[in-house]
Design a protein around this ligand. Structure first.
Ligand code: GLY
Length: 432
């Protein structure tokens, strides 16, 4: 089967590998040439992923039979609708359905309308006075969010990026003045985790849980990034998530897919639930309408069912199964010094892939060009896969030693100490 992959990051490198390993003939359109993806595909077209007309023309030129959309930006542009109108099935939600990610107020309203478990108290404001008095009456710490895509920036939480509710009101006012509206939610305390599922619009198949490390620096310090790394465990749960928490989170995702169907905005593709495990239950912080990056690199390398079989099931409405190896994974991203605020660009890094493989680790390329010059975002990820988290972390760390340059990474991703910290936070919150 000829498959077009749209996107050129680390997530897409993992998708490309899984498609090719499953027997697909791969074509790619992305903004830059990703050296890891280039060696997997028959042809590589350069274009902005959001230039839907160009991407479609490329797909038609090569006669692709199916398209897989990696990032959210082309979904927001309606790439799936355009491809399907032109007879090419595409993995990913329609523009309307992608609003679960691209419009945070839409996501909250769907959860409210269909009484989906795991929802949070929220309000959308267009009026500064109403916003101020609601926050005053509410009295507890809030989260302030722009409604649209923010690329991990823009969301501000009292106690973290905002000092108190007074500062939250100022920030919310600035967003109303800029965007015309703002979303204000209750703050939920706990530990975050990622739950991704495949869905054909009816059937929902879970993937192993993962935990992302969004902060730039060790000890969960520094600015929020796209994610500096992530881990998953051999039992497909996380050490602080109980079976009951898991069932509740899965119910939330299944109920969301059902609600989208009832709402007349059926959802197919990958649904990513970013959950906050609170004292009483997992609550949705946000939905994403695509694989996580880095979390795709946790789940796809251990996928046993061929990915082409799954994606055909998604587009045909006949999704059957997706099985994963019982293995732990640790993904560590290497980013240019200064990332995310002021990254070094254009500087070459040295990567001894042979040595990395000797350590048993894998490499997925992201924001580097064909000459391994850094383009400004996360450059490459090194992944360890093993029977235990400890061993997977050891392998990823050993692999990283064979990458040299003006880069940094978080050595604490997936370490015993950082995982235990999260377990402790949950125990304290639950009074155990
Ligand atoms: N790791 C967060 C995301 O993919 O949005």
């Amino acid at each position: 089967m000829k498959v077009l992959l749209v996107g050129g990051g680390g997530r897409e490198n993992a998708i490309a590998e899984a498609l090719v390993n499953g027997g697909a003939e791969l074509y790619v359109v992305a903004r830059h040439v990703n050296p890891g993806i280039k060696r997997l595909c028959r042809d590589y077209g350069l274009a902005r992923e959001t230039d839907v007309g160009k991407v479609l023309a490329y797909a038609e030129k090569w006669g692709v039979e199916l398209a897989f959309i990696g990032p959210e930006a082309p979904l927001e542009k309606g790439i799936v609708d355009v491809f399907e109108e032109n007879g090419i099935p595409a993995v990913g939600p329609s523009k309307e359905a992608a609003r679960l990610e691209t419009n945070k107020a839409f996501a909250r309203r769907i959860m409210e309308k269909y009484e989906i478990p795991g929802r949070k108290l929220f309000r959308v404001f267009t009026d500064v006075g109403e916003m101020r008095s609601w926050i005053d009456d509410f009295g507890k710490p809030v989260v302030v969010k722009p409604l649209g895509l923010t690329g991990g920036k823009g969301v501000k939480v009292v106690g973290y990026q905002l000092r108190d509710n007074e500062e939250a009101k100022e920030y919310a006012k600035a967003l109303i003045e800029r965007d015309g509206k703002v979303l204000v939610e209750e703050r939920t305390d706990g530990v975050e985790f990622t739950f991704q599922v495949f869905t054909d619009g009816r059937k929902v198949i879970p993937m192993p849980l993962a935990q992302d490390y969004p902060h730039a620096y060790e000890g969960d310090a520094g600015p929020i990034t796209g994610g500096m790394g992530s881990y998953s465990c051999e039992d497909h749960l996380l050490p602080f998530v109980t079976e009951e928490d898991y069932k509740k989170a899965f119910e939330t995702l299944k109920a969301t897919v059902e609600a989208m169907r009832k709402n007349g905005t059926p959802y197919k593709g990958i649904l990513y639930g970013q959950f906050m495990l609170a004292r009483d239950e997992p609550k949705i912080i946000e939905f994403n309408a695509r694989f996580g990056d880095p979390e795709a690199m946790n789940v796809l390398p251990i996928l046993k069912t061929p990915l082409p079989e799954i994606v055909e099931g998604i587009v045909d409405g006949a999704l059957k199964k997706a099985e994963f190896e019982k293995k732990a994974t640790v993904v560590k991203y290497l980013a240019p010094k200064g990332y995310p605020t002021d990254p070094i660009k254009g500087v070459r890094i040295e990567i001894r892939e042979d040595k990395i493989r000797e350590e048993g680790a894998r490499v997925y390329y992201a924001s580097v060009d064909e000459n391994f010059r850094m383009l400004g975002s996360r450059a490459l990820a090194v992944v360890g896969i093993a029977g235990s988290l400890e061993e997977a972390e050891r392998i990823a760390s050993a692999g990283i030693r064979h990458v040299r340059g003006e880069i940094f990474h978080r050595a604490d991703v997936g370490t015993r100490e950082s995982v235990e910290k999260r377990v402790r936070i949950m125990k304290e919150l639950r009074g155990e």
